[in-house]
Ligand binder design. Structure first.
Ligand code: FPP
Length: 240
């Protein structure tokens, strides 16, 4: 008999390929992002069902700020609309919304609106949905270094007290565990500045599927592959 799937505690996703999905259909890129938002809905629901506890989505990178202003406006509008529309579902399913990134670089009205949803869902205990917005891994590391430098300047911390644990304490979401599995769609084999500190020991899974085509079955395939890797390296004795 097959072992039941034991889902990773924390899955992170680089949702790539919305533009190519639209282009392949002769549609504007914005419709690719809209189809991407539907995939977000499917995958949030699927992660809840299979028992994933944290899902982090790379929704808007630091570098995405260099895209044409019209596309940025469209993405921000879509994000806000999506979260507002899905709030009752998040509440009903005990999903807590969080955000990581340089939020001060994003339109204030969008961030305010998302913050309100964060407050309303703060008691959700089934799963935490983390949106990485205006997020860059290097920028996060720089922000940590700045905070630590400030603490040293004020005499609160000695340089020799700075170790991995002290550094991790200053990350944007220090209470969240590192991702166990990082999924990237659309075939690109790179991290693109996502969770650089946190993904040191994360299992990477790249699929050629474009994000709008990514389904629950694709998620289950990724989890099954993760589970095979875990079995090989982690649980030899337990299988005996
Ligand atoms: C990459 O596709 C995707 C993004 C830049 C943003 C992801 C946004 C969404 C899935 C829409 C809404 C998000 C939420 C959380 C509701 P791309 O444009 O880089 O695609 P390409 O590489 O094919 O051009």
């Amino acid at each position: 008999m097959q072992d039941a799937l034991k889902p990773p505690h924390h899955i992170a996703v680089i949702m790539d390929g919305n533009g190519r999905w639209a282009q392949a259909r002769g549609l504007p890129r914005g419709l690719g992002h809209r189809a991407g938002a539907q995939a977000v809905r499917r995958i949030v629901e699927a992660c809840c069902e299979v028992g994933v506890k944290v899902l982090t989505l790379y929704a808007f990178s630091w570098e995405n700020r260099d895209r044409p202003p019209a596309e940025i406006r469209e993405l921000m509008g879509l994000l806000e609309e999506f979260i507002r529309r899905e709030t009752p579902t998040l509440l009903a399913n005990q999903v807590r919304l969080r955000m990581i990134g340089r939020l001060e670089e994003l339109p204030a009205d969008v961030v305010d609106s998302l913050r309100r949803v964060m407050e309303r869902t703060a008691h959700g205990e089934r799963m935490t949905l983390v949106l990485a917005l205006g997020y860059g891994g290097r920028q996060e590391i720089v922000d940590v270094a700045r905070r630590l430098a400030e603490q040293v300047r004020r005499g609160l911390v000695q340089p020799e007290q700075i170790d991995e644990a002290a550094f991790a304490q200053q990350l944007y979401a220090p209470d969240l565990p590192d991702p166990d599995l990082l999924i990237r769609t659309s075939g690109e084999q790179r991290l693109s500045n996502f969770l650089l500190w946190q993904s040191s020991y994360t299992e990477l899974y790249v699929t050629p599927k474009l994000w709008p085509d990514f389904t629950k079955d694709d998620l289950l395939d990724a989890i099954a592959e993760y589970e095979r890797r875990e079995r090989r390296f982690g649980r030899v004795a337990a299988r005996g």
